[in-house]
Design a protein around this ligand. Structure first.
Ligand SMILES: C=C(O[C@H]1C=CC=C(C(=O)O)[C@@H]1O)C(=O)O
Length: 416
């Protein structure tokens, strides 16, 4: 059993500004930052990594008690033997990571949490508090870059293999992705991209995981699962159209998406899957029969929220395992679709569409599906996006849809 000492104090500072100032001294960094609600956790340093939360015992100190926060970033297909790109390959395989410092904002306020394997001495906390108070307002910068083209021909071949597997009855749906290499005109840091994602137009949850100089980040709209006590929430997100140039076009495209059979079929596979998982491990399950529209900066999606009460004894990590990957990022049946993805895609997805999130020492927390993400180092990176393929899918339309989805992670390079 590992004993963890966790000391929490309120902070009267903007936690993103404080993070930007303090992050310089830490190579391990973790962010889970919901843009539209106070579920915001910014972690620095690695106090300890644990394979299971039962291995830790927390002792709390300081004027307020906030549960110790463990971050967790997981690969889409951890068993895939294909090599990931050179950047993903450099991340260690760790499950629950407790930062040395967490700047957090929840409905109770803003806090600084200091975690240690020995008692936290107040002088250390005071020094961090002084830094928080001194943090200057962050600024945004545009980072010019170019994207190397990937081949449309190769995509058509991949789509051909996917539709052949659908016609043969092997899968009903499979989600294929593309990756593009990015080369910037000057070096950029994780802080540069983080600030643009947090302060820019992208909607959803900003995630970042940095290990040494390499970092994975993006802004995802897809909640995998949130747990608070017995209440759990998830989301079915599949089916896409462009955002449109103005409100009128946005509304027209959304209405077309709602009426489109191919997209509704793609979406329904996810709804049935999430409903089935919830029915197995929860009660009071509510998954509406009709989707709604989730309107984002670059695209719009069919979206069905899912809520339930989880059976006693079922932990957040169990739910992550049951739900991930959903047919929104793998296909259906999930295992068959994952095998197909391994055989069609020339690369291992790494953390792209993996489960990324946090869990606190009481077992509450949330995970998102790491859509709209990329992995970066210095002046280069790889950006990833995918789309659901069903029998009626058109290769060129899906290729263009992926380009639209890539705009979200690329907005990390756009300053104000
Ligand atoms: C796999 C991705 O999106 C999924 C989530 C929402 C809509 C999707 C779609 O319409 O294809 C995908 O299932 C991605 O953005 O990389």
């Amino acid at each position: 059993m590992t004993r963890i000492h966790s000391f929490t104090v309120p902070v009267d500072a903007d936690i993103v500004d404080a993070f930007c100032l303090m992050q310089k001294g830490f190579t391990d960094q973790f962010v889970y930052y919901a843009k539209d609600r106070p579920v915001r956790y910014l972690g620095l340093g690695r106090c300890i990594a644990l394979p299971a939360l039962e291995d830790a015992e927390c002792e709390y100190d300081g004027p307020v008690r906030e549960e110790a926060v463990f971050f967790s970033f997981n690969r889409f297909d951890a068993e895939n033997p294909a090599p990931a790109d050179e950047l993903f390959s450099s991340f260690p395989r760790l499950r629950f990571m407790l930062p040395e410092i967490v700047l957090l904002e929840n409905e109770r306020g803003r806090f600084l949490q200091v975690n240690s394997l020995g008692p936290v001495y107040p002088g250390r906390v005071e020094r961090f508090l002084r830094l928080c108070a001194q943090a200057p307002a962050r600024t945004r910068e545009t980072i010019p870059y170019r994207l190397e083209d990937d081949s449309r021909e190769e995509w058509r071949r991949a789509m051909g293999a996917a539709t052949a597997a659908i016609e043969a009855g092997r899968v009903q749906k499979v989600v294929l992705s593309r990756r593009k290499r990015l080369v910037a005109e000057r070096p950029f840091s994780s802080k540069d991209l983080l600030v643009n994602l947090i302060d820019g137009d992208a909607r959803g949850t900003v995630i970042l995981y940095r290990y040494a100089d390499v970092f994975f980040c993006g802004c995802t709209p897809e909640l995998l699962v949130r747990k608070r006590g017995q209440r759990v929430e998830s989301m079915c997100l599949a089916g896409t159209c462009p955002a449109g140039a103005d409100e009128a076009e946005r509304a027209r495209l959304a209405a077309e998406l709602m009426a489109d059979e191919k997209n509704r079929a793609e979406h329904d596979y996810v709804v049935r899957f999430v409903r089935e998982v919830f029915n197995r491990v929860c009660y009071d399950v509510d998954v509406p029969a009709e989707p709604e529209i989730m309107s984002l900066a670059h695209v719009q999606h069919l979206h069905t929220p899912a809520t339930a009460q989880v059976l006693e004894g079922v932990e957040l990590w169990d739910l992550v395992g049951d739900l991930h990957p959903t047919p929104a990022t793998a296909g259906l049946p999930v295992g068959e679709a994952m095998m197909l993805i391994r055989s069609i895609e020339a690369y291992n997805r790494g953390f792209y569409v993996g489960a990324a999130g946090f869990v606190d020492a009481a077992g509450d927390g949330e995970f998102s599906v790491a859509l709209r993400t990329g992995v970066f180092d210095g002046e280069v990176g790889w950006v990833y996006a995918g789309c659901g393929i069903v029998g009626a899918s058109d290769a060129d339309a899906e290729f263009d849809e992926i380009d639209l989805k890539l705009k979200t992670v690329l907005s990390a390079f756009e300053g104000a």
